[in-house]
Design a protein around this ligand. Structure first.
Ligand code: 0PR
Length: 387
């Protein structure tokens, strides 16, 4: 640290130069990430209310009420207006809170959680933290969790089952209906990770697509992760954890008595936490409404199909499976996909690399011209490989 602080203009100048090497969403070059440019309204509100701390919610009862309303709006979107939960730091916190609640509600000797092989690594973190054993279960040919394998994996130690509505790698939706039946039959907690898909699937359905049931409409579903800072256009950090009812949420609630706002209850990991995030999420849900999000999802899907079609026309490349949401997996039987990814990165495309495929996520900041430029580069790379 400097002994005498630098002037603001010096600090700003240094930052401008240093940060220029980073990727930006607005450039359209980030096509493998699940985040995007926040909506301008959310950006404005977030910066205006930076000082609001929901950790001491008694000081900010109005924001606490907005949080309840935002959770109710998300709940209604996911077939349960009475859902109870919080806007948290992201999908990792949400998934961990769900397993924490499941653990607290189950018998002590139960310590296994059944997780699809396609699950996000946050479940491994959560299991490690909570002293649980994550039992990974294989996938079927459509990259969904194998329901029979889940059934077989259930035993007297099973505490929870996880299903995914929008997998990290390919945007696949697990057969949540069947998982719900198993969970009900065996009396096991079922958590659905819709961190990404929660802001996509309801709008795809409204757009007329056939979307399988994945939410609280299924009676076995106890909790859902749904992240506003992914397809919800909210600024980071904004994840969402929804419990079917208040009783489940209470399992992870703590009472704190000495705060400035009086006695309050916290049911999140973070003590001090962003009220600005809550305000931004509430405002976006109100402002965009179903029609607004439908337009966003429609835009992303049109470009996704265009991209998938173009990829299949390139010799030696194919898509891993028909996209369900705005995620495309690119694979090759001919070329080393890791080398393709390397070349793309050398050309300043920020793609995401899985063991057997490149993941493209067509987020709202991606425009048609970016897809066209990307395809041109991809063709050129493959031409050079082939030649
Ligand atoms: N659940 C699912 C299905 C996810 O895909 C993710 C993250 C999480 C939970 C965890 O969410 P948080 O990262 O909010 O805790 N999915 C992205 C991924 O790992 C996150 C991401 C976002 C990665 C932007 C890269 C990036 O640039 O791929």
């Amino acid at each position: 640290m400097e002994s005498e602080g630098l002037s603001q203009s010096l600090v700003l100048r240094e930052l401008k130069s240093r940060l220029s090497e980073d990727f930006t969403y607005s450039s359209g070059r980030i096509i493998g990430s699940m985040c995007t440019c926040p909506h301008p309204l959310a950006r404005k509100l977030y910066t205006r209310f930076l000082d609001r701390n929901l950790g001491d919610s008694g000081l900010f009862p109005a924001i606490a009420k907005l949080e309840k309303e935002a959770i109710n709006m998300l709940g209604a979107l996911l077939s349960n207006q009475r859902a109870s939960g919080h806007i948290v730091t992201g999908g990792t916190e949400a998934n961990t809170l769900a397993l924490w609640a499941a653990k607290k509600l189950s018998k002590k000797e139960k310590c296994e959680v059944i997780v699809p092989a396609s699950a996000h690594y946050s479940f491994d973190k959560a299991a490690d933290l909570l002293g649980l054993k994550a039992v990974r279960v294989g996938l079927n040919s459509g990259f969904q969790v194998d329901v029979e394998a889940v059934r077989k994996a259930v035993n007297s130690s099973t505490m929870a089952i996880v299903g995914i509505a929008g997998t990290t790698g390919l945007g696949v939706v697990d057969p949540i209906l069947e998982l719900s039946e198993i969970a009900l039959e065996k009396g096991i907690f079922l958590h659905v990770d819709a961190a990404f898909g929660g802001f996509v699937l309801p709008f795809l359905r409204e757009l007329g697509f056939n979307v399988p049931d994945f939410d609280f409409s299924l009676p076995g579903v106890c909790s859902i992760t749904v992240d506003p800072h992914k397809m919800g256009l909210a600024p980071i950090p904004a994840g969402g954890i929804l419990f079917r009812d208040e009783k489940l949420r209470k399992a992870v609630a703590w009472n704190v008595s000495y705060l400035c706002g009086g006695e309050i209850e916290q049911a999140t990991f973070a003590g001090t936490r962003s009220g600005a995030s809550v305000i931004a999420v509430w405002a976006l849900l109100k402002h965009l409404g179903k029609e607004g999000y439908k337009r966003v999802v429609g835009h992303c899907m049109r470009l996704t199909w265009k991209l998938a079609e173009e990829i299949q026309m390139i010799n030696g490349l194919s898509i891993v499976r028909e996209p369900i949401m705005n995620i495309v997996g690119i694979k090759s039987e001919v070329f080393d996909i890791h080398r393709v990814a390397q070349e793309l990165r050398a050309r300043k495309w920020a793609v995401s690399l899985f063991p057997n495929h490149i993941r493209i996520v067509v987020m709202p900041h991606v425009k048609e011209r970016h897809i066209e430029e990307f395809i041109e580069d991809l063709k050129d790379i493959i031409d050079k490989f082939g030649g």
